[in-house]
Design a protein around this ligand. Structure first.
Ligand code: FAD
Length: 417
């Protein structure tokens, strides 16, 4: 079975490794970027994603390069604790939770692909620009670095080409219209030393302004600041500039200017303005997603990761759900009687879960923060605590990482436990 993967990001590389582990070796990854570079800032991998990466043999690499997140804490904008819970092994999981640089994670996956499938498997400078269905396969159009266009035929095309997926566009241009809730995210990393336990993830602030911080290396802290966009674009992607910015991870911004938003957020346990201002560079990204899709499979083309279910980064599930997609798709391709049955089973298993996470992330980013913040402003911290506890528990269940279910679930490794 010949399989082409569009996109060598987290989802595409996890798919290549999963297919190989499931005994499907005729795999090629086409990546638009001219090289695999360590771009992005931090990502957080809860235990459901770490389990899959561990079963792919990457547990040691994660332990070497990531920080095992030991707790998640919410603070109000005065720096007062609202609620905290243990994470990873301390929360009873069989697998840790890790915070890690996105580029480092991508490099770990890339190195494993090269070691296991060979150097020629990932072709950079190859942009997939569309596909045409065939009776039993897909004819894939690829634009090379030189601008030359060629076509490649494969039994299966996997669209792991991110939030602005060309595969999704080619399947149906009406699908996946990007929209924003009018919030801008600013991201950076700063060598600012240890804070709290040295492995804490904190969310500080309210529905008007908030900051998420966690270490991704000893002493190196990842920060994410979220606030309404200055141009007030809040009616979806109608504004020209906003529309161009949606889904673009590569827009840089001056960290000092961003630090001014939190200039009085200096606590005895963390100096937030110094943290933000201390970055060499920061990145801005409008919070963007699209409505859940009704279908991920189009003949012999299947969407995976952000191409299928781009979501607000609010719940540590963007990369995680992509990794889960990869594992489940490989599992079905290896165990179902034919490709079409496998694709149908993949969509039936993954689409409802990922769609629910997309919608939950919207609620978390908007309604939940507003409700919790309103209680905190009235000094009703106990009520806020109960609300957050319930929201987190519900979220884990729907995203597939409540400890009991995850610990007991059968493996997606072919021939595994
Ligand atoms: C440059 C960049 C920086 C990011 N930074 C962060 C971050 O700091 N924090 C965070 O939480 N998330 C970040 N993300 C998003 C995060 O990686 C994803 O949300 C998540 O990992 C899901 O992975 P994915 O493989 O579906 O998508 P992605 O990780 O976005 O990977 C998609 C890959 O497809 C490639 N591609 C795109 N179009 C084509 C095409 N037509 N043909 C071939 N290849 C194509 C891209 O170059 C990319 O390598 C970033 C993504 C990118 C691309």
């Amino acid at each position: 079975m010949s399989i082409l993967i569009a996109g060598g990001g987290i989802g595409g590389l996890a798919a290549a490794l999963s297919l190989h582990a499931a005994g499907l070796h005729e795999v090629q990854v086409l990546e638009a970027a001219s090289e695999i570079r360590q771009v992005g800032v931090g990502v957080n991998l809860p235990p459901h994603a770490v389990r899959e990466l561990t079963e792919l043999g990457l547990g040691e690499a994660l332990a070497q390069h990531g920080i095992p997140t030991s707790e998640l804490s919410y603070y109000d904008r005065r720096g007062k604790l609202i609620w905290a819970e243990p994470r990873g092994l301390g929360a009873g999981y069989r697998w840790p939770q890790y915070s890690i640089h996105r580029g480092r994670l991508q490099q770990i996956l890339f190195d494993a692909v090269v070691a296991r499938l060979g150097e020629a498997v990932v072709c950079t400078g190859q942009r997939v620009s569309g596909f045409a269905p065939m009776a039993a396969g897909a004819r894939v159009q690829v634009t090379e670095r030189s601008g030359a266009v060629r076509t490649i035929e494969a039994d299966l095309l996997i669209g792991a080409d991110g939030i602005r997926s060309a595969v999704r566009q080619s399947a149906d241009p009406a699908l996946g219209a990007l929209a924003t809730n009018g919030w801008m995210m600013y991201r950076g990393t700063t060598r600012s030393g240890r804070f709290l336990s040295g492995s804490s993830m904190v969310i500080i602030g309210d529905e008007h302004l908030r900051v998420v911080v966690y270490p991704i290396e000893p002493g190196v802290n990842n920060w994410l600041l979220v606030r309404p966009a200055e141009d007030g674009t809040n009616e979806g992607a109608t504004h020209q500039n906003a529309a161009e910015a949606l889904g673009n991870w590569n827009r840089s911004v001056e960290p000092q200017a961003i630090a001014q938003c939190v200039q009085d957020w200096t606590f005895d346990w963390l100096d937030v303005p110094a943290l933000v201002a201390g970055s060499d560079i920061a990145w801005e990204y409008p919070m963007a997603d699209f409505d859940p899709l009704s279908q991920w499979v189009f003949g012999r083309a299947a969407l995976l990761g952000d191409a299928a279910h781009a979501m607000y980064p609010f719940g540590s599930n963007g990369a995680s759900q992509a990794i889960l997609d990869a594992r489940v798709l490989a599992w079905h391709l290896a165990t179902q009687p034919d490709i079409d049955a496998a694709l149908a089973a993949y969509q039936a298993e993954r689409l409802p879960v990922a769609s629910a996470v997309q919608l939950a992330n919207r609620r978390q980013a908007n309604d939940v923060m507003a409700k919790v913040s309103a209680m905190v402003r009235q000094d009703a911290h106990a009520g806020a605590q109960a609300e957050l506890k319930e929201v987190e528990a519900r979220y884990k269940r729907l995203a597939g990482f409540d400890a009991e279910t995850l610990n007991a679930r059968a493996s997606w490794s072919v021939g595994g436990r």
